[in-house]
Design a protein. Structure first.
Length: 114
C-alpha cells in the first residue's frame, strides 16, 4: 500500500470514531421542554376520563320483588326431600349400614372365607 491510501484509511477511521463519540455527547432534550405550560395547572376540578355509568336494566318494583321472592320460596320448598327430616335420614343411614354388612358377608361367601 502506498502512503495516500494509508492516510485515507486513518482519516476515515478517525472520522468514524469522532462521529461515534459525538453521538454519545448529545443528550436528548427534556420532555415537554417546548411546551408553553411550565407545570400542572390547578383548574379546581378533577379530571373526568369516563362517562358516568348508567343502569343496564330497569329496577324491580316492590311488587315484582315480592313476586320473585314468593316464587323462589315456593321452589325451595318444593325441593324439600328426605334429608330435611332427621328421622328419615337416620332410617336411611341404618338401611345403608345393614346393606353394607350384607354385602360384606356376601363377599366373604364368594371368596370362600366363611
Amino acid at each position: 500500500m502506498n502512503t495516500p491510501v494509508k492516510t485515507i484509511l486513518r482519516l476515515s477511521v478517525g472520522a468514524v470514531l469522532i462521529a461515534g463519540l459525538g453521538a454519545c455527547a448529545n443528550t436528548p432534550p427534556a420532555p415537554m421542554s417546548n411546551s408553553p405550560l411550565t407545570g400542572p395547572v390547578n383548574t379546581g376540578t378533577y379530571p373526568h376520563f369516563t362517562p358516568d355509568p348508567k343502569g343496564e336494566t330497569t329496577q324491580f318494583t316492590p311488587e315484582e320483588k315480592e313476586a320473585l321472592r314468593s316464587r323462589t320460596t315456593a321452589a325451595k320448598n318444593s325441593q324439600v326431600g328426605p334429608s330435611s327430616d332427621p328421622a328419615v335420614a337416620a332410617r336411611r343411614q341404618a338401611e345403608m349400614q345393614l346393606l353394607k354388612k350384607q354385602q360384606a358377608e356376601d363377599l366373604k361367601a364368594i371368596e370362600g372365607k366363611l
